[in-house]
Design a protein around this ligand. Structure first.
Ligand code: NAD
Length: 492
């Protein structure tokens, strides 16, 4: 990153956040009504038509690539390469996957019919849900708005999209991209803060796809319940990383540090904390320091000038994350690496903490910042027990050279997804469903699972002229009794 790039506007200073007053509720209702009408038309859309729309979206993204990079730099000084790797490429990957497979995903699936329905045929038909609401967070503000949007379009829906107010520059580019590719009746972007979200949540959507924090997930689910709207909730949580006694420590340190400091730790599936045998801590910390300095070509004291390491999104989150360090240190934790902050820039250096008490607040809340607490265990069972004492996480990572140990950890714990001997990469494979469980979310997406999230699986049974159940209609004569008794014998 050059000095010239570094002197661009400070985070979040380019655009004023909009609130609900920027949109009259009447505007929201008007677009909702337009989309309801359009949604009926889209029920008849073919794979070819949907693919054309996805191609239009893809072309618009490429046309605005430089603007996307500039916006994310302005929002939280995210480097252009990290924007490519973690925002644009995964979005394009999802679009390409849909383009490639949509035709087969849309095909109905014929299923077996039991003998009690002799002569009938059965199939599952994928129909669009209708008018969908997508609410996105700020941490990957482009990918997490556009990838669900692409899935919704592939499934034949209309979409009202609310990007995060904390990345207003990215939200503005998203709006521009969408406007260049779609009319409001098909996809409409609503920039703005919580009040815009609240106003949108009043509407009786056919599906809500929310990515964000667990507390707001509960607000969204409660709002959806008023209309019995289905929800996909992509939430957060504390994703643990177990390092077993037999793990390759150097490899573990390299992979965990990459995953932890990507986006300055502001990643929903970032390894939140490490559980490691006491005897391995010093060596792990040494490898972790070396890996971190290699990735960012920075010594501890120079991190603030490094253009590849982004900022904390805003002052509120800066105070929240730094307070975890202050509090942990007061209760006995030691800073093994980093620990430097600059409030004026929302800068927090990559930081490793050891001797962290298990009841420190850093071990309660999702950290969502570049801090890695290291917790030691005597027996692997203790590590498993600690994980199971917390809500089910979005991801779980285990480093071990024994597949038996990996299986044992996986069997005795639960999480949205899991990776053995690496971190985060499960979400790169669009053949795997990406989502949480309970507190870390409901439902999933990516690839086919995204298509399914935005589709209703409709059961369709075609009955023949003669059908066995008609023999069981009233009046319940002896003949009906004979048929029922005979059928019952089939069930025994
Ligand atoms: P957030 O929940 O604060 O906000 C997400 C969106 O919800 C924003 O658009 C915001 O305007 C809106 N919102 C906020 N409060 C609201 C309310 N009371 N009513 C209605 N809408 C409201 O989350 P965030 O801070 O933007 O993102 C960080 C969180 O998201 C972390 O917990 C992270 O783990 C999680 N996350 C999860 C995934 C995933 O795929 N599972 C991905 C990224 C982030």
């Amino acid at each position: 990153m050059t000095q010239a790039t570094l002197s661009k506007p400070q985070p979040n200073q380019m655009i004023q956040t909009k609130d609900a007053k920027s949109y009259a509720q009447a505007d929201i209702q008007r677009i909702f009504a337009l989309q309801q009408k359009k949604a009926l038309e889209l029920r008849l859309s073919t794979a070819k038509e949907r693919i054309q729309k996805l191609k239009r979206l893809k072309a618009a993204i490429f046309q605005h690539k430089a603007e996307i990079q500039t916006a994310l730099f302005a929002d939280f000084r995210k480097s252009a390469r990290e924007v490519d790797i973690s925002e644009i490429l995964p979005t394009i990957g999802e679009i390409n996957d849909s383009i490639r497979h949509l035709k087969s995903w849309m095909k109905s699936i014929h299923v077996a019919t039991p003998i009690t329905l002799f002569g009938a045929s059965s199939k599952i038909v994928y129909e669009p849900k209708g008018v969908c609401l997508v609410i996105a967070p700020w941490n990957y503000p482009f990918q997490l708005a556009l990838a669900p949007l692409a899935a919704a379009i592939g499934a034949g829906n209309t979409v009202m999209l609310k990007p995060s107010e904390f990345t207003p520059n990215t939200a503005a580019v998203i709006n521009k991209i969408v406007k260049s590719a779609f009319a409001d009746e098909e996809v409409a972007v609503f920039e703005g803060d919580v009040s815009v979200s609240t106003a949108l949540l009043e509407m009786p959507f056919d599906h809500i796809f929310f990515t964000g924090s667990t507390p707001v997930g509960k607000v969204v689910m409660a709002a959806a319940a008023k209309h019995l709207t289905t929800v996909t909730l992509e939430l957060g949580g504390k994703s643990p990383t177990i390092i077993a006694e037999d793990a390759d420590l150097k490899l573990a340190a390299q992979r965990i540090m990459w995953g932890k400091f990507l986006n300055a730790g502001q990643t929903c599936v970032a390894p939140d904390y490490v559980l490691i045998p006491k005897s391995s801590v010093d060596q792990f910390v040494q490898y972790a320091k070396e890996a971190t300095e290699k990735y960012f070509a920075s010594k501890e004291e120079n991190f603030v000038n490094n253009g590849d390491f982004c900022r904390i999104i805003n002052a509120k989150n800066f105070s929240r994350v730094t307070s975890y360090v202050d509090e942990a240190v007061k209760s006995g934790a030691k800073i093994a690496y980093g620990g430097k902050f600059e409030s004026g820039q929302n800068f927090i250096a990559p930081t490793i903490l050891v001797d962290v008490p298990k009841d420190a607040r850093i071990m309660e809340d999702e950290i969502f910042g570049p801090l890695l607490p290291i917790i030691t265990y005597d027996h692997l069972d203790d590590a498993v027990q600690l994980i199971n004492s917390k809500p089910k996480p979005l991801a779980l990572y285990v480093f071990t050279s024994s597949s038996r140990t990996a299986e044992s950890v996986l069997k005795r714990t639960s999480s949205g997804g899991a990776v053995v001997n690496d971190v985060i990469l499960h979400l790169v494979n669009s053949n795997l469903p990406f989502g949480g469980i309970n507190h870390s979310g409901h439902g999933s997406y990516h690839g086919y699972f995204g298509f399914k999230a935005f589709s209703h699986e409709r059961s369709v049974l075609k009955s023949p002229k003669f059908s066995l159940p008609t023999l069981m209609y009233p009046p319940y004569t002896n003949f009906v009794k004979y048929i029922v008794d005979t059928t019952t014998k089939w069930f025994v």
